[in-house]
Design a protein around this ligand. Sequence first.
Ligand code: ACO
Length: 324
Amino acid sequence: MTLRAVVRGVGHHLPARVVPNSEFESRLDTSDEWIRTRTGIERRHFAAEGETTSDLGAAAARAALADAGLAAGDLDALILATSTADLTFPSAATMIQDKIGMTGGFAFDVQAVCAGFVFALANASALISSGQARRVMVVGAETFSRILDFDDRSTCVLFGDGAGAVVLEAAEGEGTARDRGVLATDLHSDGRYRELLYVDGGVSTTRTAGQLRMQGNQVFRHAVEKLAETAHAALEKAGLNSGDVDWIVPHQANLRIITATASRMQVPMERVVVTVQDHGNTSAASIPLALSVGRERGQIKRGDLIVMEAIGGGLTWGSVVLRW
Ligand code: ACO
């Protein structure tokens, strides 16, 4: 008998304000055409003044609970992946815990930038398979609009705000790749690449929140190389290969990275959930958002084999193989 972390519910929430590419044309030397062709992004959502990461995360968590048919009191733990917490402390996870009315258990943030959801999911799966928690809410929520330099055309057009969430529940499996739930995880980081993607402020340096800086083409190069590699590694750990994959649910940063990774994995684009055109890069929120939208579209169904892969600042990167 193997304890598996099985998805029981999924949900997402996007701020009301939709920002099309054309909004950037008036104030920057950029165009809808450049953004579409170089990134695949057509629009993104930006949070309203006063609307925080924990607000978005709580709305997604409530949607996931409703989908699971569970109440907040049924959860043992809540893990939030974010780089844009409401405050320096307490964690935005504890704020979501309060907002959804979860008064027991424990909650904490995971910070692995765009790879955050994959890291959080791996942690949740470990809590469940070791018997420390039976039901874990995993949320990815971000308000990247707060850390963008709106004078830097090479970064501000890429990101958006939003949140997604899944409820994981312990279930007994046979210990084979036919089980539902998390089958394998593969996590990496390498701090030597800090300068490629970072925020130029923080508590113990500038005492400010800072703004995002990125050497986009360098990150692009690492992404294309590392994402297929980690996805293959996780599949191998599960005793599976690319031919077994029903859906790649990738981090949604750039359509060209998504396409190149699918091609390296020899998985056709018809088997890739793509939402980057509507959300932009929502960092740690992008995978749970894509899971929820993919399920809503009727793409993801019970029993499907899903590979999630992501790379972000650090660099951090990794993947999760899960049977829905
Ligand atoms: N509009 C018009 N021109 C632009 C824009 C823009 N918005 N942005 C950049 N350019 C210009 C550049 O200035 C450059 O001009 P130059 O040749 O005159 O110097 C030219 O376009 C090419 O720039 P590159 O950066 O080489 O363009 P590239 O094709 O690499 O695309 C992009 C840039 C979209 C940022 C891409 O590199 C990318 O997606 N990188 C990866 C991002 C990513 O995956 N991040 C990971 C996660 S994010 C996280 O963890 C927070």
